[in-house]
Design a protein around this ligand. Structure first.
Ligand code: UTP
Length: 236
């Protein structure tokens, strides 16, 4: 396959104060269309964001306590967001696969025939970060980039710790010491990069990167394979 870029687009980017962030969706689609037209294959895994949070909270209020069942609600949200993002890409002329694949194997197959594939979650027990890292493994990509709403990986949550230290470079082992062991922490918002995904990256020598996707020029540089502001997490 030609050069493959794999990105996890955090669902938080698709929403702003609980509303669909139309401006971001349209700008991000245009950025992706520019690189896709140059022959790079792009695999995109979209997260659940506000839609997942609201619906998981509603299921909890209805008395659902089983993580598996809550995860299913989250997966449905990621797939709806993926369908919306795929439709936006199609409208700007991108050759994107018609259906939202439900496995990374079928997404990899779709990438053989299309410039871009957009998917959401797969099975309960992890998040779309882990899905995107699995997609990188399946499609033969060397790196998977987590596009989120923080600038860097920090030693602790920057939202609540003003003294948090930002890292521009880390190794996968150092990242694992920050995010912790590969366990599913339950449905809903979690640590900066899913620890289950980090373990998959370690096992398969996949380099990770993280950037703030609200800064569109960083997203553009990442998709185009250029140097961008964010954290690079090397294999060693
Ligand atoms: P996200 O990938 O959006 O995870 O999936 P997140 O970490 O909660 O959200 P962000 O990245 O911080 O915005 C939403 C939820 O859907 C379920 C999990 O419950 C996850 O928390 N999910 C998602 C799965 O169970 N399996 C998947 O493959 C994807």
């Amino acid at each position: 396959m030609s050069q493959v870029v794999i990105v996890a687009l955090g669902g938080s980017l698709m929403y702003d104060n609980g509303e669909i962030n139309q401006e971001w969706i349209d700008s991000a689609s245009t950025i992706i269309s520019q690189t896709a037209s140059k022959g790079t294959k792009i695999g995109i895994v979209v997260g659940g964001g506000h839609l997942a949070r609201e619906n998981i909270a509603a299921a909890r209020k209805s008395g659902v306590t089983d993580t598996f069942d809550l995860d299913l609600v989250g997966i449905a949200a990621t797939r709806l967001n993926a369908a919306t993002f795929a439709a936006a890409l199609k409208s700007v002329g991108v050759d994107v696969s018609e259906n939202v694949p439900e496995t990374t194997a079928s997404a990899t197959e779709s990438l053989q025939n299309h410039d871009v594939v957009v998917m959401g979650g797969t099975i309960p027990g992890h998040t779309t970060d882990a899905v995107s890292i699995n997609l990188a493994v399946d499609s033969g990509a060397e790196r998977c980039t987590i596009v989120t709403n923080v600038d860097f990986v920090y030693d602790k949550a920057p939202q609540t710790n003003p003294d948090a230290i930002a890292f521009e470079e880390l190794t996968l082992a150092e990242l694992q010491s920050i995010v912790g062991p590969p366990e599913h922490r339950g449905a809903g918002p979690n640590v900066v990069i899913d620890p289950i995904g980090v373990q998959i990256a370690i096992d398969n020598s996949i380099e990770l990167a993280l950037l703030n996707g609200r800064e569109l020029e960083r997203l553009a540089k990442c998709i185009a394979g250029e140097t961008f502001r964010g954290t690079i997490i090397g294999v060693n």
